[in-house]
Ligand binder design. Structure first.
Ligand SMILES: [Zn+2]
Length: 294
């Protein structure tokens, strides 16, 4: 019974496709990955928010990119703002940041309002929320003034690290290696879900609804079904980002100043002066990055 009260909101970043630097035929692969992601998320009745980088849509050709985004809203999923070109807040002036937010609104604003929905959520690229108090507070004030809520995330799984190697393996036609990587990735994701659930329970005294961070990439397109099954096997129910973030843990504004992009459990811990041992966090196996460095 306890297990059934677990909740998770699925969020997918870098829509419509997070291509790796040397990915060949990104248009074809983006189409395939998005089709698989959307189909599986629908089958599992997950309510999803996808965070869009308009520049990535344009990189696929504006109409191809827009068509991919339309598939997400047609499937009933929400879109959020993830800036126009995915810069790190650390590297931006206040004015540049504001332009990045506004410039991302055109297409997603239209798609959301066509679906009778309001563009609500913003997620910082790299979860970089401000390395100085001034930068943090000004960015937040601007987002609030434009009507945004900040999208938190509590579980990540280094999917971009695995994906970089995965794309290389597929380019090398190394099927057995790709199979091994998919297995290692699912094992790692399984461990990360449990790690962050335990961290959040320790910090808050209860397990809040979690917010899972995934990226729109080739690897997740190939294994999304298994990832959703991992959550189901642990007794998680899929809820919307809005429902997850109605928990009191998310109602308090994020005040943590950091040059990095930690998950929310670490922010909650810092704000509450609770010591956590980050060394316990599972890391991807070394052979994953070694393969990519060859
Ligand atoms: Zn991103």
């Amino acid at each position: 019974l306890f297990a059934q009260s677990r909740k998770v909101a699925i969020t997918v970043d870098d829509l419509p496709y997070a291509a790796t630097a040397d990915e060949a035929d990104a248009g074809f692969v983006a189409d395939l990955a998005n089709r698989r992601l959307i189909e599986s998320l629908r089958t599992h009745h997950a309510a999803v928010t996808g965070f869009v980088v308009q520049k990535y849509a344009e990189a696929l050709g504006t109409s191809a990119g827009t068509n991919l985004l339309m598939r997400w809203t047609a499937a009933g999923f929400d879109l959020g703002n993830h800036t126009y070109s995915h810069p790190d807040l650390k590297d931006l002036s206040e004015e540049q940041f504001e332009q990045e937010v506004v410039r991302d609104e055109g297409v997603i604003g239209t798609l959301m309002s066509e679906g009778g929905r309001k563009l609500t959520y913003f997620r910082f690229p790299f979860n970089s929320t401000g390395d100085t108090r001034d930068k943090h507070d000004r960015a937040n004030a601007f987002l609030k003034q434009r009507g945004y809520d900040l999208a938190a995330c509590t579980i990540d799984t280094s999917d971009f690290v695995f994906n970089r190697t995965y794309v290389r393996m597929l380019d090398d036609n190394d099927g057995p290696a790709a199979q091994r990587l998919r297995e290692a990735y699912l094992e790692h994701t399984n461990a990360e879900i449990d790690y962050y659930a335990a961290l959040n329970r320790k910090v808050l005294g209860y397990q809040p609804p979690e917010v899972m961070l995934l990226h729109d990439n080739r690897l997740n397109g190939d294994v999304i079904d298994d990832i959703l099954r991992l959550f189901e096997a642990k007794g998680y129910e899929f809820v919307s980002l809005h429902e997850a973030q109605s928990d009191p843990a998310y109602r308090q504004p994020d005040t943590y100043i950091t040059a990095f992009g930690p998950m929310w459990g670490y922010r909650w811990a810092a704000e509450r002066n609770i010591k956590v041992d980050g060394r316990l966090k599972p890391e991807p196996p070394e052979w994953i990055s070694e393969y990519a460095a060859r």
